[in-house]
Design a protein around this ligand. Structure first.
Ligand code: C2E
Ligand code: MG
Ligand code: MG
Ligand code: MG
Length: 288
């Protein structure tokens, strides 16, 4: 009887709690074998200099080509990669792929081309490990630190531990620039902007989405751009989807734009082809 009760209790909880836990475990195992089995891809999305329409940079965005499920969004697996600790190895792999392509694009396209890589808070704060490995890898490739930008979120800076401060200094000493991703969505105190050496603000796409003359998101974006410039930072607007948004951002003095208007994130080979097309026919590659 006790055995039956136990079994009943188990089946009662199975649908809700245990299935979720089992799925998480399965996904974590899948993630581990994905890394070994080469199922991750790095896609690159152009970051366009608004005034000239030229691609100056790219953001590296990871994709998972799951054998059964097809392309899985990072929004789905990054949290799991974080809680399982796999994010460290995945991040190393993304960095290496990014550096490899940055090296090609600096040689073939533009000597100042930059690839930015995302670092989740857990990755950035990893215990006892700084960016020495990255720096050694860049040296092996003959790349300057300027080839890479690290994207972090403002949450990291709000009550920055000494570990965070040390890593930011280490990046700066190596010439690696830092971008604040999703800017404007956190609980900004803004005082960290003078405390830390940040190079780029990325205006979150929730602002870009509602850009219209006289709108409050327009006012906020303009204020962010003016403030950033006074502090010596460059501004990248995320999620630029329409010509109107591009024009408003340009008029507001925004430096760079990123979004579907210019291109979706692309496999490296397609990004490469886009750069080649741009250098052959600059006018054709420019948004109008
Ligand atoms: P994020 O760093 O803010 O990246 C920008 C996201 O906006 C990307 O989503 C990109 O595909 C999407 N996007 C770009 N342009 C547009 C647009 O015009 N409209 C719309 N609606 N969306 C646009 P994605 O690739 O799904 O990545 C989601 C998030 O996952 C990233 O947000 C980043 O936080 C994280 N992520 C991606 N790759 C990595 C990685 O290698 N490491 C880490 N730690 N996180 C990553
Ligand atoms: Mg980003
Ligand atoms: Mg972002
Ligand atoms: Mg964002």
């Amino acid at each position: 009887a006790a055995k039956d009760a136990g079994r009943n209790r188990f089946s009662y909880f199975t649908p809700a709690l245990q299935v979720a836990a089992i799925n998480r475990m399965r996904m974590t195992n899948d993630l581990r074998s994905a890394l070994k089995g080469g199922q991750f891809r790095v896609y690159f999305q152009p970051i366009v200099h608004l005034r000239t329409g030229k691609i100056h940079k790219a953001e590296a965005l990871i994709r998972w080509e799951h054998p059964q499920r097809g392309l899985v969004s990072p929004l789905e697996f990054i949290p799991l990669a974080e809680s399982s600790g796999l994010i460290i190895d995945i991040g190393e792999w993304v960095f290496k792929e990014s550096a490899r392509w940055a090296s090609r694009w600096r040689r073939a396209h533009h000597p100042e081309f930059q690839v930015s890589v995302n670092q989740s808070p857990l990755e950035f704060q990893r215990e006892g490990k700084g960016y020495e490995g990255w720096l050694a890898h860049l040296r092996e490739l003959g790349l300057s630190g300027q080839a890479v930008v690290v994207e972090i979120t403002e949450g990291l800076l709000l009550d920055a531990s000494s570990g965070v401060t040390d890593k930011l200094l280490q990046l700066r000493d190596a010439g690696i620039q830092v971008a604040l991703d999703d800017f404007g969505t956190g609980y900004s105190s803004l005082s960290y902007l003078k405390k830390f050496d940040i190079d780029y603000l990325k205006i979150d796409r929730s602002f870009t989405r509602n850009l219209a003359p006289e709108s409050s998101d327009m006012a906020l974006s303009e204020a962010i751009i003016v403030m950033a410039h006074k502090l010596g930072l460059r501004v990248i607007a995320e999620g630029v989807e329409t010509h109107e948004q591009r024009d408003l951002l340009l008029a507001a003095g925004c430096d760079y734009g990123q979004g579907f208007l210019f291109a979706r994130p692309l496999p490296a080979e397609e990004f490469d082809a886009l750069l080649i097309a741009q250098s052959r026919a600059p006018a054709a590659a420019q948004p109008t």
